[in-house]
Design a binder for this molecule. Structure first.
Ligand SMILES: *Cc1c(COP(=O)(O)O)cnc(C)c1O
Length: 467
């Protein structure tokens, strides 16, 4: 036999299309995807034949059934979405790579209804005429924060951009050098300020900034005093910061607006759940900030958004800024954000229903119960593994509270016939995409971020990847 003979045995695309299993596939999947997959499969065989050495020509077989198997696999792969659900077993609650905050199940019907049906998005039902998409969020956010006015944009980076562009374009904003940080997703305050047309005046040193440093930098071009919450790192030890109260007094003395970028939108003081105290949005407003910005999908636990609250006179100007049109939020976001904020009317309701808050505030006993439960489900499969429950730490994530070590319970697994690295890879690539961690040569499942209704899937998937 020679290669020519092998090529002549390769089925044509038309021949493949006539195979019974392919005809069956055509009923379920788009023809273009099937054609692509057939061509790719034939091409793969052709390339393999080309690269065959003389000795291997006789051993090479062209089996139509296995070609059809490959077409099947390819079609399924091509028709699956790239963005898909994963199981977060990392214990990082606000995991930016895995979608940050999760929308509460409780509000899914409300959000889906707005997304899939017509709505009064920009329609005033009372007056029967054009309305504003932002009106839907105004009452609830004003109620929760006590602010005079609100504006919601695409994300917090956009919020900071809009605030600075509106208040400080071609003017100066004073900020402490110690707060010129890079935060989640390479958001650099100096770069955003540059884009806004504001000139940045850095004051103080990395570890110490005093109120007099700000005061000395004030001149007739100063348009804002900016405070950035350094949520993803801490300068410890020999430090001095100016708090929002002090800065606001200075702002009032010179009639300059004080802006605070808080990063995370905290509304519940989490210190009663064992966390280090962090300023809430209300603390910042009460402290005298004229404008406060924060993310929708960090600790707030809502959809991606940037929320601006504060004095009406400034926010009215922002609403008229042309940038606002470019940064506007979708109806999906408005629906999810309004329903999420509604839950904050009752703290227990928020803690129990917003996944980010619920996961952050589990008691150790609750985590122990979850860990026992997951352990049992995996252990009862009698797999070739060493499995244990151990203590460890979870993280808040999303660039928030980086030093916070939250005690948690882990289910740890050491497989006996494959490596830990191989187990991690197989679980990640499995249909259910379990994303865990490796620590001290063990595969670790942190039960904090795994939903109870995912436990069976986790156990079944571990079983199937080990078989
Ligand atoms: C996360 C963060 C941002 C960026 O927020 P996005 O919603 O991701 O755009 C800006 N400032 C601070 C202080 C942050 O922590």
């Amino acid at each position: 036999m020679d290669k020519k003979h092998l090529f002549s045995k390769l089925p044509s695309v038309d021949e493949m299309l006539k195979q019974e299993r392919i005809i069956y596939l055509l009923k379920e999947y788009p023809r273009v995807l099937i054609l692509d997959s057939i061509r790719e499969t034939i091409d793969k065989y052709r390339k393999e034949i080309v690269s065959l050495s003389e000795d291997n020509i006789d051993k090479f077989s062209i089996d139509k059934e296995s070609m059809i198997d490959q077409v099947n696999k390819l079609v399924k792969l091509k028709s699956s979405l790239s963005l898909r659900k994963v199981i977060n077993a990392t214990g990082v609650v606000i995991h930016t790579n895995l979608g940050r905050s999760l929308i509460a199940d409780k509000i899914k019907d409300k959000v889906w209804q707005i997304a899939s049906r017509y709505s009064n998005l920009e329609y005033d039902l009372e007056l029967g005429q054009r309305g504003s998409r932002y009106s839907h969020l105004e009452n609830i956010i004003k109620t929760i924060t006590g602010a005079e006015d609100v504006l919601v944009v695409n994300n917090n980076a956009a919020a900071v951009l809009l605030v600075l562009s509106t208040l400080c374009k071609d003017k100066e904003a004073i900020v402490s050098r110690g707060e010129l940080v890079e935060v989640g997703g390479s958001f650099r305050i100096p770069k955003v300020m540059e884009q806004s047309g504001a000139k940045l005046i850095e004051v103080g040193s990395t570890n110490k900034t005093y109120i007099k440093d700000y005061e000395e930098a004030i001149n007739e071009n100063t348009a804002a005093l900016l405070k950035v919450h350094t949520s993803n790192y801490r300068i410890l030890g020999f430090t001095h910061n100016v708090d929002i109260k002090e800065l606001s007094e200075l702002g009032r003395k010179y009639n300059i607006p004080v802006v605070e970028d808080l990063g995370s939108g905290l509304f519940i003081d989490l210190s009663k759940y064992g966390f280090t105290y962090e300023p809430t949005v209300i603390d910042s407003l009460k402290g005298g900030a004229d404008i406060v910005t924060f993310s929708g999908d960090k600790i707030l636990g809502g959809p991606q958004a940037g929320i601006i609250v504060g004095k009406k006179e400034y926010i009215q100007k922002m609403k008229k800024n042309q940038l606002t049109r470019a940064l506007r939020v979708d109806k999906f976001t408005i629906a999810a954000l309004e329903a999420t904020f509604m839950m904050y009317l009752d703290e227990d309701m928020a803690i129990n229903n917003i996944p980010t808050l619920k996961m952050l505030t589990y008691s150790l006993q609750e985590l122990q119960v979850k860990a026992n439960n997951l352990y049992e489900k995996i252990n009862s499969k009698n797999l070739n593994i060493d499995i244990n429950i151990e203590s460890g730490y979870s993280q808040v994530g999303g660039g928030s509270m980086p030093l916070e070590k939250i005690p948690t319970k882990l289910v740890t697994i050491v497989p006996r016939n494959i490596s830990v690295v191989e187990l991690e890879k197989r679980l990640r690539l499995s249909d259910n995409h379990i994303i865990g961690r490796i620590f001290e040569d063990k595969y670790i499942l942190d039960v904090r971020t795994i939903f109870e209704d995912e436990f069976d899937i986790v156990a079944d998937t571990i079983q199937s990847v080990l078989e």
